[in-house]
Design a protein around this ligand. Structure first.
Ligand SMILES: [Zn+2]
Length: 355
């Protein structure tokens, strides 16, 4: 039954205020853990050739007591081995590609802390092996902090905390029903007729990023990339909040756009859609909204007014923004029409009703 908020893992990030000594410690850990990762990835690969497979536990035991020798918290070392084990496991199951070795061009940037953290106190948080570390003031969600991870980014070091928490309920402002169609010329179209453009600031950011990349300014490029990502996330949070507050049913066209994204090289748009879908799916239950994903087959070519297959099709159809139904004469904006069909499909009547 929908409408019941269940506990979800919420991520919060604290920007750490590290002194020189702590920074040096972390760099040392990253160096050693890079070696551990590479060793683990090769070990599993070679042993698998000899038909030797490890359980996660057996594999972690191979380096029991090594943490102390390297000056790394033992559970962090084991967390690293567990990551390598999982990476191979999903590769063997053909879900993911072969894990890559880490090195100069593919740096290790994160350090796992698999144990629960104590809640921060007085602006400091206790991190295994580092002690009480100051961080830039920030609230974190109430609840038990299950585990964490230090991530090194262009703008500094962050501690990501994973908390089992009850997500905050979003206050309902309306009881609408809405269909959403993700696009490339537009970011998103809704069945209400609203069309969201790709944000300008992202385009401007992408231009500066391209400049930095051409100029081989790696540090600037990394910082710009991070900033663009943050803005996108912020926008998606606001948009998903609004959609959940205004609607009790939200239907999203599960994108068939993968091929399109590839053709146009616009993976940016699709990762943004993916993020939005995830946010909608975890925010909806917190305020009693239902979120569904609907197969988007035929949604573009079907007239949402009469159901005839009179709309644009195929690659050529991608250029058609506006069209008029040959059967009933209804005028359509291409993506808004698709969003309406998405809502119709979610409400249970078939998109193909009068084909
Ligand atoms: Zn029609």
């Amino acid at each position: 039954m929908w409408g019941q908020a269940s506990k979800v893992k919420i991520q919060a990030q604290l920007k750490l205020r590290l002194n020189t000594k702590d920074t040096a410690t972390l760099d040392g850990w990253l160096w050693n853990l890079t070696g551990v990762w590479n060793w683990a990835v090769r070990k599993i690969e070679l042993d698998a050739k000899g038909e030797i497979y490890y359980s996660p536990k057996d594999f972690q035991n191979l380096l029991a007591n090594h943490g102390e020798k390297m000056g790394i918290p033992s559970h962090t070392l084991q967390g690293m081995l567990a990551m390598a084990h999982t990476a191979w496991k999903i590769c063997f199951q053909k879900i993911a590609k072969k894990p890559r070795l880490k090195g100069k061009h593919n740096r290790l940037a994160s350090i796992p802390f698999p144990d629960p953290f104590r809640a921060p106190k007085d602006g400091r948080i206790t991190i295994p092996g580092l002690g009480r570390i100051r961080f830039h003031k920030q609230d974190i969600p109430e609840g038990k902090i299950k585990c964490g991870r230090i991530v090194k980014r262009a703008s500094g070091c962050y501690l990501c905390l994973f908390t089992d928490a009850q997500p905050n309920a979003i206050e309902r402002t309306a009881h609408g029903q809405i269909g959403l169609d993700p696009g490339f010329t537009n970011l998103l179209a809704t069945s209400d007729g609203e069309v969201f453009d790709h944000p300008r600031e992202l385009e401007a950011g992408a231009q500066r990023l391209a400049q930095a990349q051409r100029g081989h300014d790696k540090r600037l490029a990394a910082r710009l990339q991070e900033r663009i990502g943050n803005r996108r996330k912020d926008r998606n949070h606001k948009l998903s909040r609004r959609l959940v507050a205004d609607n009790t049913l939200i239907a999203f066209s599960a994108d068939n756009h993968k091929g399109v994204a590839h053709k146009f090289g616009k993976s940016v748009a699709s990762s943004s859609h993916y993020q939005l879908r995830q946010m909608l799916s975890y925010k909806s239950p917190t305020s009693g909204a239902k979120y569904v994903e609907v197969d988007s087959k035929f949604s573009t070519m079907t007239c949402s007014h009469c159901g005839a297959h009179s709309g644009p099709t195929g690659w050529g159809g991608l250029a058609v923004r506006h069209w008029t139904c040959a059967q009933c004469g209804a005028a359509h904006q291409r993506d808004v029409n698709a969003a309406r069909n998405t809502l119709i499909a979610a409400l249970g009547s078939s998109v193909e009703r009068a084909a």
